[in-house]
Design a protein around this ligand. Structure first.
Ligand code: ASP
Length: 350
């Protein structure tokens, strides 16, 4: 643990998991590799100017987020639970590649959250002069510490802060591999925008029912979920393998437009076969914005009639986290199907 400042305005835990923000170029291979976290604090002396107590916790090993597994989410939830009463907010430094998956999963795993959990990272390593990491980190820290006049956190949610935008974590998608604007929540306005000041979109921010309630963490995750992305030319072999795999409890079907898929008989027969064997088939759209409505076109209605359930305007990342979480709660697939309609953490517009 490294302490940077000890004034008592707010206390934050900075959790470093890895990602570009803390990488440097390996001269022998010319690829980016993670480096020790203490060097990040040297690169961002601005953090010391806040009158906050900022402690840090570094995961071992620190990873490229393309290596993220649900085990990391379980460790993060456990760490936040363990330190919950000691800090006013948490900032998680994480690679951008899977940040939307991790933020989504954490949002479901943390119940009764009354403190900010802000993910951030960067497109350029923090040691590079034009890095976006410094601004992302400094603003994420400020947001994680922000309180209202009653002393409550302004954003008691799991969020992603990136490129001047604070976004609900389970609504975000990585939309660019090389632009500083790497994330967007295309079905929800940002929760805050940072300019000269940070402007919070208060009506959108979810507040806990009871600010004093204990944080409950759900670390039991069932990962028996597959994703079927529909595309022209998809074959019965591929669809059968994904929809009817014995190990699978649920399949996220990434469909066209407002929830449409081929109407060919072989395709619908496989969907019916999977649904009648008890599998959960969840329909999300491949579009970056908009919602699934299976009543609009006959191709969508055929899926509904075959037993497919709507994912509404969920992102795929969020649908995956929600399914891992719900399947981990119960072995009863009909119960999971019913709960998929519920809006747990603002992940769907419903
Ligand atoms: N591959 C990196 C990661 O996700 C990319 C990044 O951090 O932007 O860890």
């Amino acid at each position: 643990m490294i302490s940077t400042d000890t004034s008592k305005k707010a206390s934050l835990l900075l959790i470093y998991t890895g990602g570009t923000i803390g990488m440097r170029q390996d001269p022998s291979t010319q690829t980016l590799r993670p480096f020790d976290f203490s060097q990040i604090l040297e690169e961002v002396p601005e953090l010391r100017k806040f009158a906050y107590r900022i402690d840090s916790y570094t995961f071992d090993p620190i990873i490229d987020s393309s290596d993220v597994e649900p085990g990391l989410w379980q460790c993060l939830a456990g760490l936040i639970k363990e330190k919950y009463r000691m800090y006013d907010g948490f900032v998680i430094l994480h690679g951008t590649d899977t940040m939307a998956y991790s933020a989504s999963a954490l949002s479901f795993m943390l119940e009764n959250l009354a403190k900010p959990v802000i993910f951030t990272g960067s497109q350029l390593p923090i040691g590079i002069p034009r890095t976006d990491g410094r601004e992302n980190l400094v603003s994420a820290v400020e947001i994680a510490a922000a309180k209202d006049s009653q002393g409550h956190a302004i954003v008691p949610e799991v969020c992603i802060y990136f490129d001047n935008m604070l976004m609900r974590g389970n609504r975000a998608c990585k939309i660019s591999s090389d632009n500083f604007t790497a994330f967007r929540t295309l079905n929800l306005p940002p929760l805050a925008e940072a300019g000269i000041s940070i402007k919070y979109n208060s009506p959108l921010i979810i507040k806990p029912d009871d600010w004093e309630a204990d944080l409950v963490i759900h670390t039991s995750l069932d990962t028996r979920v597959s994703i079927l992305k529909i595309h022209p030319g998809i074959t019965p072999h591929v669809v059968r393998n994904i929809l009817c795999g014995e190990e699978t409890r649920a399949v996220i079907m990434e469909t066209y437009g407002c929830g449409n898929a081929p109407s060919k008989e072989w395709f619908l027969n496989l969907v019916r076969q999977a649904a009648s064997s008890g599998k959960i088939l969840l329909n999300v759209t491949q579009c970056l914005s908009g919602t699934v409505d299976m009543n609009l076109y006959s191709n969508g209605k055929a899926l509904l009639d075959a037993g497919v359930v709507s994912g509404y305007d969920s992102t795929t990342e969020s649908a995956l986290g929600k399914l891992f979480f719900l399947l981990g709660q119960t072995d009863d697939n009909p119960t999971v199907k019913r709960l998929l309609n519920k809006n747990f953490r603002g992940e769907i517009s419903k």
